[in-house]
Design a protein around this ligand. Sequence first.
Ligand SMILES: O=C[C@H](O)[C@H](O)[C@H](O)COP(=O)(O)O
Length: 277
Amino acid sequence: MASLSFLHLSSATRFTPRATPINHRARTQKSFSIRSQSAPVLSQDELKKLAADKAVESVKSGMVLGLGTGSTAAFVVDKLGQLLSTGQLSNIVGIPTSKRTQEQAASLNIPLSTLDLHPHIDLAIDGADEVDPNLDLVKGRGGALLREKMVEAASSSFIVVADDSKLVSGLGGSGLAMPVEVVQFCWKYNLVRLEGLFNELGCEAKLRLAGDGSEKPYVTDNGNYIVDLYFKNPIKDGFAAGKEISAMEGVVEHGLFLGMATSVIVAGKTGVEVMTK
Ligand SMILES: O=C[C@H](O)[C@H](O)[C@H](O)COP(=O)(O)O
C-alpha cells in the first residue's frame, strides 16, 4: 500500500484520508485517496496542476525523465522548470514526447536529450485521455501517441496524471476519439478498414483535421495522419483490439496504452487519489 508520506499537500488545500474508495478504483490492487475538508471548488486546470505537482514529488535529481504532452503534462514540465531554476532539482535530463513539449522544456532551460542517447528512462510522467479500472489508457488526442508510446515503453516507471473526467469503466467508453496514427498513403483505405474492424461496437472513424477551419488533415510530428475512432460501446478486449489494429499495413501506432502505467494520480473535486496496480 502506498504510504501517506508520499502525499505532500499544500496549505491552501487541506485534505483528510477517505475511508472508502469509490467504485472505479475497486479493481486496482492498491489505491487510496485524500479528500478536501472544506471542499474548495477547483477548476479543471487546478485539478490537473494538483495531480502534476503530486507526480513531480517522485522526481529525484539525476534522473532521466520522459516528458509527456498535453495540458496536464505541461503543468509537470512547468513544475520541473521551476524546481530546476531554484536548485531544488539538479542534473535532470528530459526526453520530450513532442515538438510542443520540446519547445516548452527548452524555454524553461530543462536539459533535453533523445531516446537514441538515453535508451533507458527512469521515470515518465504524462497525461491520458481515458483511464480504466485496470490503469489501461487511451492516449493521443493531442496527436503525440507515437513518441509517447516509445518514450513511456522505455521508462522504468510511468506515472499518469489526470483529472477525474478521464476515468472510464471501459476504454473507448467516453465516446471521444481513440486515435490511430496512419501513414498518409491511402489513408482512406485504412480508415475504412479500421471502422470495419469495430463494426459491432458502433465505431465511426474520422480523419483528424488540422483544426484551422480548413479541410486540411492534421499532420503529426512524424509526418503522418490520425484516424480517430469513436465507439458507441467500450472496447471489450483492449489487447486483442490493439493487436488487430497494429497488424494493419500502414498503421503506425494506436492510442491504446495497455499495461504500461505504473500508477495514476487522479485529482477530482473530492481530492487526489493515487492508483497503483
Ligand atoms: O497526444 C496527447 C497525449 O496523449 C495527452 O497526454 C493526452 O491527450 C491528454 O492530454 P490532456 O492532459 O491535455 O487532457
